[in-house]
Design a protein around this ligand. Structure first.
Ligand SMILES: Cc1cc2nc3c(=O)[nH]c(=O)nc-3n(C[C@H](O)[C@H](O)[C@H](O)COP(=O)(O)OP(=O)(O)OC[C@H]3O[C@@H](n4cnc5c(N)ncnc54)[C@H](O)[C@@H]3O)c2cc1C
Length: 400
């Protein structure tokens, strides 16, 4: 495996680096550095900056406005994005539903939806999971019954990330119950979130953030032209989409730069205390995590080399997902340990959920380390829980 970059790739890296240093909204990077949640406006703004730069869709083919980057360029871009501590793309539009539309959608759907996804004029959310249909997704019960030229949708989705901001939701719905296998009779439907009959109920996560929701559908009428591909083939499309999701969740570059920031912080004396770098127990744990990260980086590069040579990512994406998310959580634990007492979360106003600076105990990143720790418990659950990934490895890699 060759891990050196060509001169062109190195020049590309410099270009991306310079973009994040000079042209990316610095107020947003500053919030990121303090681990402060970005507002809807922040997210729309920075996605539009990427659009204007022509970099809004690293994975899309150029004919739909994608960058046409090689696998290595995509890797370099993601790495520089993580180095700058810039936010990762919101996956729901550009990484999830976009590829499904340009792969399986008809021309009218491509023309209608792709430009707005690219420019971030529409906010998408993902309607797969239901109560009782998470890991066992094929048992989903939300129904879409054809009535003339509309589907009538009834049921509920849950854990729907940022649905409170969404203009559209892509859903797996049951269009046929008279099937031999539960995976059949599921369809992929695009639903306007402003349709009458949709209601949203917030779910607060461990860190107190309103990040996920329940979305309820009560006789929601959806034009049948919003069905993507063939009726009853949604399971096939949905599985393709989950592979995209999984590879992104591993977040290897993000962990690398989080560890580098932590090592730098450990070298500083904070409030007159000895630098953590003098604490052998902590430094041993930090070094052990760095070694694990290095091993994971090589696994990621091996996968990259295989994809660059034209192979589709196989069950490696499951290995990367497990190892990458466990490592991410290990890094979060070290950050909390480094912050010590100052990691204690601030008190939020119980009515407004405001978190005024005056109530913080530690400084920004210290306090937020515990909130990040709590928030990232999710990474081993979503995108197919790590236990489910182990089942995939057992079956498809070990042949058990
Ligand atoms: C923060 C967050 C955001 C999310 N965002 C979205 C979203 O935007 N859209 C969306 O559709 N979904 C979303 N999800 C849902 C996510 O995909 C599911 O939570 C996940 O698939 C697990 O399903 P579940 O929660 O129903 O748990 P369950 O499937 O009930 O699993 C419970 C536990 O049992 C284990 N388990 C289950 N089956 C097996 C098995 N066969 N073998 C071994 N262990 C097993 C699981 O690993 C888990 O530990 C989100 C979840 C979280 C936490």
């Amino acid at each position: 495996m060759n891990v050196t970059f060509t001169d062109e790739e190195l020049a590309f890296r410099d270009e991306v680096k310079s973009f994040f240093e000079n042209d990316f909204p610095q107020d947003i990077l500053e919030k990121q550095n303090r681990s402060v949640a970005l507002s809807r406006e922040d997210m729309v703004r920075w996605h539009k900056v990427m659009y204007r730069r022509g970099w809004a869709a690293p994975n899309w083919p150029t004919e739909y406005g994608g960058t046409g980057w090689s696998t290595v360029q995509k890797y370099i871009f993601a790495d520089e994005q993580a180095r700058a501590n810039a936010p990762a793309f919101l996956p729901f539009g550009v990484s999830m539903v976009g590829p499904i539309i340009y792969t399986y959608g008809n021309d009218a759907q491509k023309q209608r939806f792709l430009p707005d996804i690219l420019e971030f004029n529409t906010w998408w959310c993902q309607g797969y999971s239901e109560a009782g249909a998470g890991s066992d997704l094929a048992s989903l019960k939300t129904r879409a019954d054809l009535d003339g030229d509309h589907y009538v949708v009834n049921g509920s989705k849950t854990w729907t990330t940022l649905a409170q901001y969404a203009d559209w939701i892509f859903c797996l719905v049951r269009t046929n119950t008279d099937v031999a296998r539960r995976q059949e009779g599921i369809s992929f439907l695009l639903i306007d979130m402003n349709s009458p009959g949709i209601s949203i109920k917030p779910i607060l996560l461990l860190d107190g953030e309103h990040e996920v929701n329940e979305v309820h559908f009560d006789n929601v009428r959806v034009p049948s032209e919003n069905l993507v591909g063939e009726e009853g083939k949604g399971w096939t499309y949905g599985k393709v989409l989950l592979q995209h999701e999984r590879t992104g969740i591993a977040g290897v570059s993000g962990s690398r730069y989080a560890l580098q920031r932590l090592r730098k912080q450990a070298g500083k004396a904070v409030r007159g205390a000895e630098p953590l770098a003098g604490n052998p127990t902590f430094m041993r744990k930090l070094a052990a995590t760095e070694v694990e990260l290095k091993a994971l980086e090589y696994t990621e590069l091996r996968t990259l080399a295989s994809v660059a040579s034209g192979k589709a990512p196989g069950p490696e994406s499951s290995i990367l997902k497990i190892a990458g998310t466990e490592l991410r959580q290990q890094v979060d634990s070290l950050c909390v340990e480094a912050a010590g007492y100052y990691a204690l979360p601030y008190v939020r106003d119980q009515y407004t959920m405001d978190s005024p600076d005056s109530e913080r105990i530690g400084e920004g990143a210290e306090t937020n380390s515990s909130l990040t720790y709590f928030n990232n418990r999710k990474v081993s659950i979503f995108g197919g829980s790590n236990e489910i990934q182990k089942n995939i490895i057992a079956k498809h890699v070990l042949g058990l």
